[in-house]
Design a binder for this molecule. Sequence first.
Ligand SMILES: Cc1ncc(COP(=O)(O)O)c(C=O)c1O
Length: 381
Amino acid sequence: MRRFDFAVGRTNPETFPVDRVQRAAKTAIANEYAQLTEYPGKLGHPGLRAAMAQREAEREGAAVDPDAIALMNGSMQAVTLTAEALTAPGDTVICEEVTYSGTIGAYRTLGIDMVGVGVDEDGMRVEFLEETLDRLGEARKPKFIYALTTYQNPTGTNLSLERRHRLIEIARARDIPIVEDNCYGDVHYDGEKPPALYGLTDYENIIYMCSLSKILAPGMRLGYLYAQPRLLETILARRHDAGGNYLAAAVVAELYRDGVWSLTEELNTSLKVKKNLVVDGLADAAGDICASSNPSGGLFVWVRFPEDVDQAKLARLAAERGFFYASGANFHIHGDEVPYLRLAFGHVPDDDIKDGIPILAQCLREARTSNEAPGFQGLFD
Ligand SMILES: Cc1ncc(COP(=O)(O)O)c(C=O)c1O
């Protein structure tokens, strides 16, 4: 049976730069075989750290010290290590109410008490943050605020500039660190690139993480953490793996010897086509019953459907027809069933998007238990 797999966020094999990676690997091994016989250490490959510092500095217009960057086994290691270093079981952390499922899993395992702040078109509803913090009081003061500021997973939203400033202001006033996960920051295809928080402030308690999974390939398992010395040391004190994969880092450093942008732009151009196919396909096939995001970056479209959809039936019908998606409950910090689903389109061939979205639309219609109007105007209202 034909398979329409929109479940997991990953990159497109068709645009993976095979020849360039092969050449980079050959050069990196010839030049750096001696270093491969050593353990990489807590920060990791100096060349890739320099390339990522340059990537950050060019994007944010801020000076970034390569020695404040530690390479990680994917940015997920940064998410987990940070939480391990800054929390104990039972501690509170603030997150967007719907957020990355991997983070939710890691925080749950660590016994973290996640407290959610809602999300709308402009990202985390920072206007509710203060009252949430007041309600929690000193006893449950959060150890940090975990924020997906740009191309939020799953909603695709960007935190507005005003809210970015307000978030920093509140965190600084209450002395709460911010963990900024910018996994999708360079998966950008429309408009201005939103600024990272650390580039907007001199507030030192920002722990920033980014990834190569989304602009190159998740199989590389390369990401990084960037923080000022005190926090960096605290987090790295928890690191006991003798460093990340030096070979992968050496190959990618060589690949990006001339900068990251030309390769990134090639990938993003094809992603924009895919994103438009999803959004337009949904509007055509299910515009009367669904609302969807129309992100300016990232790998996901977030879809709202009527409350009367029987979600178990929807999942069964879709799977029977070879269509796979991630249901909204995966992204809710308490696992609540919400009338949303997420479509990951980065790796899906264009024809599968064109043919797959009408199948999803049909499944949604069949899984409804009434014919009433959906009862919402947009994605969040
Ligand atoms: C928001 C977010 N953070 C972190 C990660 C982890 O990515 P990686 O470990 O591949 O860098 C993901 C992966 O999907 C993600 O969506």
